[in-house]
Design a binder for this molecule. Structure first.
Ligand SMILES: Nc1ncnc2c1ncn2[C@@H]1O[C@H](COP(=O)(O)OP(=O)(O)OP(=O)(O)O)[C@@H](O)[C@H]1O
Ligand SMILES: Nc1ccn([C@H]2C[C@H](O)[C@@H](COP(=O)(O)O)O2)c(=O)n1
Length: 834
């Protein structure tokens, strides 16, 4: 494969993939994806109606295959990919939309273009931007891709929509506007160039003429005695590239079905023998035009590859970020759905607890209830009114009945205290309610902060309902508890306090020399106001004492019944109910917004496209330039070239592939195995790192791929492995960290032609792998958290399918690698001993 073929072929393959995914440029709006199509260099064929556009294309191809007729014949862009095949091979055409059918009859190709156009546009002469892809394989073409666009027109004729002229122009503009588009502007020589639709448009979008190739058709139809030298020699309208003149088949030749090859020869003769154009003959004609375009296209592609790659890499990053934000698609089986729901509940619960325990704001508001609201509410209780002189007299008198008390009003005290204690119920209940509302608000906040829940509105609603109903139950319990605390205060008054009361009342008032100054006030003022004031003051002192107690015990009850329960059992009821649900009901909980599901699908498809495109570019850019053979002329190369007399020894070797996540202990266990068994160990990663160190010209590329956690092109790794096996002299190998992906496996199978005896898989959870790598300390550039994440992702996406592949072939030997190294080795040893 030459570089030119591979570069144009590369763009062809990417273009086809773009079309399959609906990327043919023109995406707008904030949700639009980067268009890869737009970044690819293309040649767009532009011309007015009857400019000879179709004839130019048919001359380039050397076949009649385009629809003909009056009016707008090309109504969808036709992406025409020409592939040169070996001389003597049969020509055939293939459509992207009919991948399994090869057309050898080009009349049928024409019919299929018409039919496929009608399939999208209907027969009413509408146009559509959705391209048709046609590949033609022929020994008579050069490798080239051209996009045939609808012919520019000026007025709508019978059956055409009124806006047709503007519609066509704007469609053509979507192509020629792009800086990567090479414009093939077709103008008929028998019209004044100043009136050419194609040149007018090209001048508008490419004023310097850098990307425009002017083609002058119908030179043979010019008035006798005139010629097109002014244009062809660039004097009438100057372009950066030379003008090319074309002589199309005459209508008579078309009617007579004159063979295109004959037409090409006639065209050549025309220029060779033309008195006007003879001096330009070598740079005229459709064959020359095709070669010129092919060469130019290839050089443009070459210069654009770095920017295409950077667009691809940027798009991959953006898409991966978006996919991460959207989360993975919902599993379809009930078990996995239940697991997904429980995982999300756990994530929510974690955030909720962080709010309560600190780390996230909000939990402090509960302390605010106890520290501010409760004391303030206690202070505001109407004890002044309850213990006013009048009220105390009334309550005490009523409690005494017809017999007034003799010493202390026991019943009066009790009634006054019980009455006052009743007031504590209000602040106690209010504290419970306040804590409840804080908790409720934290549930709401935690749900909205749980990233994983964002895409599941139904689950959010259910989770909120379940959490709130639990909080409601905790509130009831909490209320019962705080009311009980208040009631307990009423149920038993502190005797100690009352015992002190008579002494207080009878204690004589002493002067500062400790002598009795006057009789006890109690004796003087048995039933006077002073007596009742003292009672009020005593009761007030008791109530204050109780208030102090409740100020401490109410928060304890609230925390015990509400906060602690919320932390322990907020979702317990939900968990017990959810596990009883059937698959369909679980699915309903996980019903995502359909727009989000569509977007995820779109993103995933785009991501696949970009990754494939990147791999294609990597392969072409690094492998088609034959450097590999130069840096590593290995027995593999010799074998491929058929130069080896007898196959190398390693061709009959025993190979054990050793796979597992990064850090799973592959290297550690291989080192152990080598000590006990006669195997030679090769780590694909080590061989690649050695290749970097060796100063090889691929070093920089390998290094940047490893730093990105990406997998190096298989041809390189396989050649390094084969070279190492050849040089080892052994015939039993442990190959560690290989095959990493499907491509690794296939290339190894094709080149080394060895099937592994078995595949050792070290199974270990990701968090343990991360811990091990982060403490490996071997100075590896890829042992950093950012690259580790990427390596895990590549392992899951690319290596796990390989593991499944070998499992399906009965070749997998799975080892629990999460255990200590010695135990892992005991399990491994058994496999090799047998
Ligand atoms: N069973 C084990 N328990 C704990 N630590 C281990 C165990 N096996 C290996 N390790 C340690 O974990 C780190 C990674 O191990 P090792 O280099 O063998 O993994 P690896 O699979 O070859 O990694 P990579 O694919 O990144 O090359 C090393 O520091 C090693 O000492
Ligand atoms: N088959 C392979 C093996 C390794 N690499 C590259 C990419 C890896 O991240 C890196 C380190 O490998 P490890 O030592 O962790 O096995 O080497 C690859 O591209 N292809």
């Amino acid at each position: 494969m030459t570089t030119m073929e591979s570069l144009i072929g590369l763009v062809n393959r990417i273009q086809r993939a773009c079309t399959v995914l609906g990327d043919y440029g023109g995406g707008t709006g904030s949700n639009a994806f980067n268009s890869l199509w737009e970044a690819l260099p293309t040649v767009a064929v532009v011309g007015g109606q009857s400019s000879g556009k179709s004839s130019v294309l048919e001359s380039i191809v050397g076949r009649d295959f385009l629809p003909r007729g009056s009016g707008i014949v090309t109504r969808r862009p036709l992406v025409l990919q020409l592939h040169k095949t070996d001389d003597g091979t049969e020509e055939y055409a293939e459509f992207l939309h009919l991948p399994k059918r090869q057309f050898t009859d080009f009349a049928l190709v024409r019919k299929e273009i018409q039919d496929e156009t009608d399939r999208i546009t209907g027969k009413n002469k509408q146009i559509s931007p959705v391209p048709i892809h046609l590949s033609i394989y022929s020994p008579n073409v050069v490798n080239l891709t051209l996009i045939d666009l609808p012919g520019l027109t000026k007025v709508a004729v019978e059956g055409q929509p009124e806006t047709i002229a503007e519609d066509i122009e704007s469609m053509v503009r979507t192509y020629v506007d792009k800086p990567n588009c090479i414009i093939l502007a077709i103008s008929p020589a028998n019209q004044d160039i100043a009136t050419s639709d194609a040149i007018k448009l090209a001048k508008d979008v490419d004023p310097t003429g850098e990307r425009t190739f002017g083609v002058l058709t119908k030179l043979d139809l010019m008035d006798k005695g005139t010629n097109a030298l002014e244009v062809l020699e660039g004097r009438s309208y100057r372009l950066q590239h030379p003008w090319v003149g074309i002589v199309n088949r005459s209508q008579a030749d078309i009617n007579k079905n004159v063979d295109m090859m004959l037409a090409r020869r006639k065209e050549r003769e025309y220029f060779d023998t033309s008195p006007d154009y003879g001096h330009l003959a070598s740079k005229m004609g459709s064959e020359y035009l095709a070669k010129l375009l092919s060469k130019h296209l290839e050089s443009v592609i070459r210069t654009r590859i770095p920017s295409i790659l950077s667009l691809i890499n940027k798009s991959i990053e953006e898409l991966e970020r978006e996919l991460d934000r959207m989360g993975r698609p919902v599993a379809v089986d009930a078990g996995a759905q239940l697991y997904t729901i429980l995982e999300m509940c756990r994530a929510f619960d974690k955030i909720f607890k962080e709010h309560l325990d600190g780390g996230r704001p909000g939990g402090d508001r509960i302390y605010g209830v106890f520290d501010n609201q409760l004391p303030a509410a206690l202070k505001k209780l109407p004890f002044d009114r309850h213990l006013s002189l009048q009220s105390v007299k009334k309550i005490v008198s009523e409690a005494d009945g017809y017999q007034p008390h003799l010493i202390a009003p026991e019943q009066g005290y009790r009634r006054l205290i019980e009455g006052a204690l009743g007031y504590f119920r209000g602040p106690a209940e209010a504290s419970v309610d306040a804590v409840h509302y804080v908790l409720k608000e934290l549930v709401r906040k935690s749900i909205s902060e749980t990233e994983e829940l964002k895409r599941f509105p139904s689950l959010q609603v259910e989770l909120a309902a379940a959490a709130n109903s639990s909080l409601e139950k905790f509130r009831e319990e909490s209320k019962k508890s705080v009311i009980r605390l208040v009631d307990m205060e009423s149920a038993y008054l502190t005797a100690e306090f009352f015992r002190k009361l008579p002494q207080e009342m009878e204690r004589p008032v002493t002067n500062n020399k400790n002598q009795t100054a006057s009789p006890s006030p109690a004796t003087l003022d048995q039933y006077g106001d002073g007596h009742f004031r003292r009672i009020a003051s005593n009761v007030s002192a008791y109530i204050n004492m109780v208030a102090d107690t409740l100020r401490n015990t109410i928060p304890k009850a609230c925390v015990y019944c509400q906060v602690r329960q919320a932390k322990l059992a907020l979702l317990n009821y939900f968990y017990s109910q959810i596990s009883k649900r059937e698959g369909k009901q679980l699915g309903q909980l996980l019903d995502e917004d359909p727009a989000l599901m569509d977007r995820r699908l779109e993103c995933a498809k785009r991501l696949e496209l970009y990754k494939k495109a990147r791999d294609e570019i990597d392969a072409v850019a690094w492998l088609s330039n034959r450097h590999i053979a130069l840096i590593m002329e290995t027995p593999v190369d010799a074998l491929i070239k058929g130069e080896h007399e007898s196959p190398p020894r390693w061709k009959k070797s025993t190979v054990v592939f050793v796979l597992g996540g990064p850090g799973s202990g592959k290297g550690t266990q291989c080192a152990n195995l080598v000590k006990h068994f006669s195997y030679t160990h090769f780590s694909a990663g080590d061989l690649l790192r050695a290749e970097i160190k060796s100063g090889s010209q691929f070093g920089a590329m390998i290094q940047s791929m490893i730093a990105e956690g990406r997998i190096v092109p298989s041809e390189i790794t396989v050649k390094l492995l084969c070279k190492a096996m050849e040089e080892s002299g052994n015939d039993k190998f442990l190959i560690d960290g290989f095959p990493r992906n499907e491509e690794n496996r296939i290339v190894f199978e094709n080149v080394a032609k060895i099937e592994p005896a078995f595949v050792l898989f070290f199974d270990c959870p990701e968090d343990e792998l991360e811990r091990r790598i982060m403490s490996r300390n071997q100075g590896r550039e890829d042992d950093n958290i950012e690259t580790i994440k990427k390596r895990f992702k590549v392992f899951v996406e690319s290596t796990l399918p390989i593991i499944s592949y070998y499992e399906s072939k009965g070749k997998l030997r799975k080892i629990n690698a999460a255990k200590p190294s010695e135990e892992v080795f005991e399990a491994v040893k058994v496999l090799f001993a047998s």
